[in-house]
Ligand binder design. Structure first.
Ligand code: ADP
Ligand code: MG
Length: 344
């Protein structure tokens, strides 16, 4: 099978007839052409997965196809954008038809579920690398940007955080500190391998939430991105968080330090962290119900005290005040605050 036969066989899809009028020309020419209705903005995001970095050699190719697109769709969800199309750049060490068959079916099943059309890409020989660029649409001005959190907003998280980290720790556990029962291991591995992009929630939160981000590198670090972009601080009640539905039973059952590490430093869950004004509490509950996605209120946004730095025109580093139920300061363990960084 040569390069063009491979593309034709696995990655050329007819554009879904009538479903996606925005796709004027799909896969097969030098470029795809997209038309947006007036008043809509194109939301664009890229995520790359490298073998040995983001996934282990021998990972189930069907799950990998799902995950490669899911992590990209999650970025659209975090902006409140609706998926339209994506491109796939693929480096493959060799043509392994069985692998390609499973990879493309995992990928295209998720694409079809969200009517997100594969409109182009590039295919080359090289170390296994998957790079997807996803495109979505959002009415102008309606995107949920990181810089839009306001002092007084509530902070929420969707679904549960920490499950993927628990799966990872259980996999690489030498000392048996993370031993899980087989059913629990299966549950958390599913969360790591087949994340669900929270697209319905992102759409339902348009006009309700202020700021949003998807939790890919760890909740504590991802929250800091929102705080930095919005020039605000936050207060999170750790005791309530530990007992809340934002932690699965599997994470909640861990010793405190391990539970906090999973919940605060665990990435890869692809939940949404968002802020909304206190006046929108009812609307957030309604959005969660409409999207059939549970959300938990975990804290609130505080104004940043005016500092010498901000007076000098420099942004003050944002702070998270971790507290107990009475609002007294609590220091989480250092490893629970270590967000993922490829170059750290
Ligand atoms: P070019 O010469 O412009 O790089 P290619 O020969 O690489 O084009 O690709 C031919 C067509 O196949 C293009 O429309 C391209 O978008 C599409 N294509 C290539 N690789 C993939 C892929 N992995 N998935 C989807 N479409 C692809
Ligand atoms: Mg090419």
């Amino acid at each position: 099978m040569n390069e063009f036969e491979l593309i034709d066989h696995y990655f050329r899809r007819p554009v879904l007839p009538g479903r996606r009028r925005e796709i004027a020309l799909g896969n097969g020419d030098d470029c795809a052409l997209l038309s947006l209705p007036p008043g809509q903005q194109l939301a664009v995001s890229t995520d790359m997965l490298v073998e040995g970095r983001h996934f282990l050699p021998g990972t189930d190719p069907e799950a990998l196809g799902h995950k490669a697109l899911a992590v990209n769709l999650s970025d659209l969800a975090a902006m409140g954008a609706e998926p339209l199309a994506f491109t796939l750049a693929l480096a493959l060490p060799r043509v392994d038809e069985q692998w390609l068959d499973r990879f493309s079916s995992g990928l295209l099943a998720l694409a079809d579920a969200h009517q997100c059309a594969l409109v182009g890409g590039d295919t080359t020989a090289g170390p296994l690398t998957l790079c997807i660029t996803v495109m979505g649409r959002v009415p102008a001005g309606a995107a949920l940007a990181r810089h839009a959190a306001k002092a007084g907003d509530d902070v929420y998280v969707s679904g549960t955080v920490g499950d993927a980290r628990l799966a990872l720790e259980a996999h690489r556990d030498g000392q048996g500190c993370w031993q899980l029962r087989p059913e629990a291991l299966q549950r958390v591995c599913l969360r790591m391998d087949r994340p669900t992009p929270r697209l319905a929630l992102g759409l339902a939160l348009r006009g309700v939430a202020h700021a949003a981000i998807d939790v890919s590198d760890g909740m504590a670090g991802d929250l800091l991105h929102v705080l930095r972009a919005s020039a605000v601080d936050a207060e999170i009640d750790l005791e309530s968080l530990l007992e809340s539905p934002a932690l699965s039973d599997d994470v909640r059952a861990l010793p405190r330090e391990q539970a906090l590490t999973c919940a605060l430093a665990g990435g890869d869950d692809y939940e949404l962290l968002f802020t909304a004004p206190a006046s929108a509490r009812g609307a957030v509950v309604a959005a969660a119900a409409a999207a059939r996605t549970p959300v938990t209120r975990i804290g609130r946004i505080r104004p940043q005290p005016g500092s010498v730095l901000s007076a000098a025109g420099l942004a003050a580093p944002p702070r998270v005040f971790w507290t107990d139920r009475q609002g007294r300061p609590v220091q989480p363990p250092a490893r629970a605050l270590a967000s993922f960084d490829h170059f750290a």
